[in-house]
Structure formats: C-alpha cells, structure tokens
Write a protein that binds this ligand. Structure first.
Ligand code: G4P
Length: 527
C-alpha cells in the first residue's frame, strides 16, 4: 500500500492583492468539495469584520491578521492549501508560511504582470527551490500581450516559462485557450453565470477546422505565437520544474471559471508530494520515515480571546501524528505530550486524530513553542527550515510611562519570540529597542498588544531604513558603524546586523566591504 504521505500535496498561492487569489481558492475548494456554494470564501472575506472574534484589532480594521490552512480532496489526493496573508496584513508570517509548502501557484493578473508582492514571495520560493506552477488570470478582461508577460516573468524573476496552454485573444475577443500538450482548443463560451469550456480536439495547429472555429485572423495570430514559442520557448520538463528553474504556465479566468478545471487537473499531476527535509548533522528525514517529525512555522496568539491561548502551526515532515503522543522538543531538550491538535480551517477548528507528512496541524500552545522549533520521536532532530527574513520597516520603541519598564521588556521579549516582530538593540541605547516588521500593520498590532496584554504604553518612532542584513565578517555592531553603515545593531542572538537606508546604501556597503557577506535571512537558533 502506498505511504499516506504520497497522497498529500501541500501548496500555497503567491500573488499580489487583487490578482484573484480568493476567487481561485474558492474555485479550487468548490472542485474539491470542501465548500458547496460559490461565494462562501468571498463572503467570509467580506464578513470577517462582522463575524471574526479572533482579535479586537481585527474587528476594528475589518481585515484578517491571521492566516489559515484549508484542505480539500480531489482524485484521491488530500490537498493542503496554506493561506498566505496579503493586503495590509502582509507580514513575516506570509514568508514563513511558504517554508511549509512543497509547491506554489503563482497567480498573475494578465493586465498587470509581475507585481511587487509576487516578486517578494517569489524570492522566498527561489531561495528554497520551491517548484512553481503559474496561472495567468483574468483573460476575460483586456490583457497584456501573452508573449510580453512571459518575457516579464523570465526577465524580472529569472524563471524560465513553459506555457502549457496559450490564450486565443483576450477581453471581449477572448475565445479560449489552445492546449499545447493535448493539441486541443478549449473554447470559452460566455453564459449567464459561468463560462462553459467546450473542448474541441483538433489534429494540431494546422487543422483546417481551426479557422472555422475561431476565424482566420485569430488563428493566424495563434499560429505565429505558437511558432515563436516552439522555436524560442522552453518545454515543460519535470526535473527543471522540481528544481524551481522552469514554470509551467496556464491561462484562464478564475471568476468565470474558465480554465480552472484543466489547470487543477494539470496541477494535480505536477505538484510534488512531500519530499525529504534536511536536519542538523547532515541528517535527511524522508517523509516515509516511521519517526514522527515536524517543525513550527507560525505561532498565532489569542485566536480566541476567551481562552487567551496560542496555536502553534506545525508542518509534519515524517511519520504519523497521533493525539496524545509524546515527542522530543529539541530546543527545550525535553519530552512533551501533544495533548490536542486541531485542523484550523479559518475560524472552524476540528480535532485531528492522525496526520501525515505534508499535513499541517495546529497545536494548542501553553507557551512551549517558538517559530523554528522541531518536535520528533525516536531521538533528537533539529530542522533549520524557518529563517528570519529581513524586515522592511523599522521603528524605535519608546516607553511613555517609565514605571512600566519591566512590562515593556516582557512584552518585547515575548512578541519577538512569537515572531510578530524582530527585535534589534543599538549599543548604548538598549532601553529603546528597535523593532522591525515586514508589513507595516504589524506596528499597529504591536502597539495595541503592548498596551492590551502587557499594560505598556509605547510610542513607535519610525526609522527610515529599508533593509536589515545579517553580516558575516564584523565582530560587533560597532564595526558596522566604523564602516560608515547608517546603523549597526545586534539581533536577539547577538549577531551584528546592518540597517540600511536603501538599495543604494546596500550596494555601497557591499562594495566598500568586499570581504563581508550581507545576508538577507538568518537561521533561527535552536537554543
Ligand atoms: P485577491 O484575493 O487576490 O485579493 O483577489 P480577489 O479574488 O478578491 O479578486 C479581486 C477582484 O478581481 C474581484 O473583483 C474579483 O471578482 C476579480 N476577479 C478575480 N478573478 C477574475 C477573473 O478571472 N476575471 C475578472 N474579470 N475578474 C476577476 P472585485 O470587484 O474587487 O470584487 P467583487 O465585487 O467581484 O467581489
């Protein structure tokens, strides 16, 4: 019998806000039978402010600060879809979530191409070699030239493209897509609610029937474009795809449901099952390994204010999770019992009895877990799967009520451990710590939680830095300042970190100090 992990596919969608992630997610969940009516995900997105009780701030803002994991079954396979928070709730969590995914769908708006947030998320995938399947969305609306879009992906992301389908016209003139693998035309027929894809098999691009079907002009254009692709484009090749060097590309329209089903069918064959994970001491853990192992990639506080609990999200890497099992907690070097795990699908939680490699479980956390922690049975294992990512916004935290120094310290320590913010200390000014975040909203969350949970009123004075770099070479933050870097600070582990104003300063710092290595990420230390 096949190992249960072989039936798991764990993936995330990377996109810029408004590209259609919610719409596509909903269509995937509909196909998978996880939801039954169109509009449910959308409605949830809209109603979050009204119904969510996760956090007061969330209510006020009307947005989701927290993310969730969804799952659905399709063709005998369990798909785990990790939600990557976007919009204003973009944070380090968004990056970290990708460390738990085995594959990503890159969703691109056909009128806009590769946008900023997609690029940032792509960088994380590139760093980890995550394979990417691309869906170009909104073809029912006026779109950019598809050849242009492909060049943009190649130039901006440095990722080769292998179009598996190709659009025939766009907007009002959108007729459907040509399936290059099946040599079939999938016609787009507008109907009241959804588009109806009508597959027509042709004997190839030279089939005389094509002109009758699509008209002389569009067929001419299609032939020219396909000829160009055949000559200059790349062919889909599984090995290059799995290595993250090439992306298969599909075109469609999530809203009208056009091209989603063939996309999902292709995705099902392409998306890889869980692979091995590398641990310390050159140990490689295969998903089939009978020892249970997994790592925490996200800790979410106060989902339910009446419980004041935390949920730690664990990605299972091998073995079987079973309720009540005892595991070794590497950082604490002790045995703990995993009393209760949940599958968290948005607000609804279900208790999980068993879980396999590729699955994500939410562990009830009485304060034992930190991001990057490894839990395992059968001996100590330590994965270093979740790095710290360079924050993009920085602020100095100044205490407004001097009597609350202890409270502030506790809050800063705990929130940085939880991974909500990153803490940096400037030599000589340790009492006004510098906080770094990936998404600006985290500053509001920070201020609010410092007040609500720790009773410390703080002011956050914004600092004009764009990058943090963990620097190999200097022995202290002072060395960085001597090298004319705007600010030298230490991270929570005492490592020297350069805070830099912009790309220009970063480049100059690298040129001036050719022996130093400026790292965009840093491993989270296990002890
Ligand atoms: P996001 O989660 O990535 O932010 O995007 P979301 O799915 O919410 O989609 C953003 C907008 O784009 C929505 O319109 C949605 O209906 C529209 N959209 C998504 N896919 C397609 C598509 O294939 N074709 C077209 N024409 N539009 C698409 P909205 O006006 O902001 O919301 P709504 O009023 O439709 O709910």
């Amino acid at each position: 019998m096949a190992h249960p992990s072989h039936n798991r596919r764990t993936f995330a969608i990377i996109s810029h806000p408004d590209a259609g992630k919610t719409t596509l997610t909903e269509k995937l969940l509909l196909y998978g039978g996880a939801i039954h009516t169109a509009g449910s995900v959308k409605a949830r997105k809209a109603q979050r402010s009204a119904t969510s009780d996760w956090m007061e701030l969330e209510k006020k803002r009307g947005i989701s600060i927290t993310s969730s994991v969804m799952h659905f079954d399709f063709g005998g396979i369990r798909y785990n879809l990790l939600d990557t928070p976007g919009h204003q709730d973009f944070s380090e969590d968004t990056y970290r979530t990708l460390t738990a995914a085995d594959c990503a769908i890159m969703l691109i708006d056909a009128a806009k191409g590769v946008e900023a947030q997609t690029r940032k998320l792509f960088d994380v995938c590139r760093m980890r070699g995550t394979p990417i399947v691309t869906f170009v969305n909104k073809l029912d609306r006026p779109a950019r030239d598809p050849l242009d879009l492909m060049s943009e992906v190649e130039e901006v992301l440095g990722l080769n493209t292998a179009p598996c389908t190709w659009p025939i016209g766009s907007g009002e003139l959108f007729q459907g897509v040509y399936d290059r693998i099946q040599q079939a035309v999938l016609r787009f027929e507008r109907s009241e609610k959804n588009a109806k894809p009508v597959p027509v098999t042709v004997s190839g691009i030279d089939d005389p029937h094509l002109a009758e079907l699509l008209g002389e002009g569009p067929v001419e254009t299609l032939r020219d474009e396909l000829e160009l692709l055949d000559g200059a484009g790349d062919q889909y090749n599984r090995e290059s795809f799995l290595a993250g060097r090439i992306t298969p590309v599909f075109f469609g329209s999530a809203l009208t449901n056009f091209g989603v089903e063939p996309f999902l069918a292709a995705f099902a064959t392409m998306c890889p099952p869980p692979g091995p994970h590398h641990a310390a001491d050159e140990l490689t853990i295969e998903p089939e390994d009978p020892r249970f192992s997994g790592f925490i990639f996200k800790v979410q506080a106060n989902m339910d204010p009446s419980h004041r609990d935390r949920i730690a999200f664990l990605r299972v890497c091998s073995g079987t999770y079973e309720g009540g099992m005892r595991v070794h907690h590497f950082r604490l070097n002790k045995e703990i019992r995993l009393a209760r795990a949940e599958q968290v699908m948005a607000k609804e939680r279900q208790t999980v009895e068993t879980a396999y490699a590729g699955d994500i479980i939410g562990l009830y956390d009485p304060g034992l877990f930190r991001i990057g922690d490894t839990l395992a049975t059968g001996g100590p294992i330590s994965f270093d799967s979740v790095p710290r990512f360079s924050p993009e916004h920085f602020a100095r935290m100044v205490l407004l009520d001097p009597m609350k120094r202890k409270q502030m310290q506790k809050g800063v320590e705990q929130l940085s451990e939880e991974g909500t913010v990153q803490l940096f200390l400037e030599p000589g000014r340790e009492k006004d710590p510098i906080m770094g975040v990936v998404g600006e909203l985290q500053f509001d969350v920070l201020k609010y939680r410092m007040q609500q949970e720790y009773g410390a009123n703080v002011e956050l004075q914004r600092l004009g830095f764009e990058h943090a770099r963990w620097v190999d070479g200097p022995s202290s933050p002072e060395d960085l300042v001597r090298a004319r870097i705007s600010m030298g600070v230490a991270d929570v582990d005492g490592r020297p970190v350069a805070l830099l104003r912009d790309d220009w300063e970063l480049r100059r710092a690298q040129e001036d100090n050719p022996d130093w290595v400026f790292n965009k990420t840093a491993p989270i230390r296990a002890a």
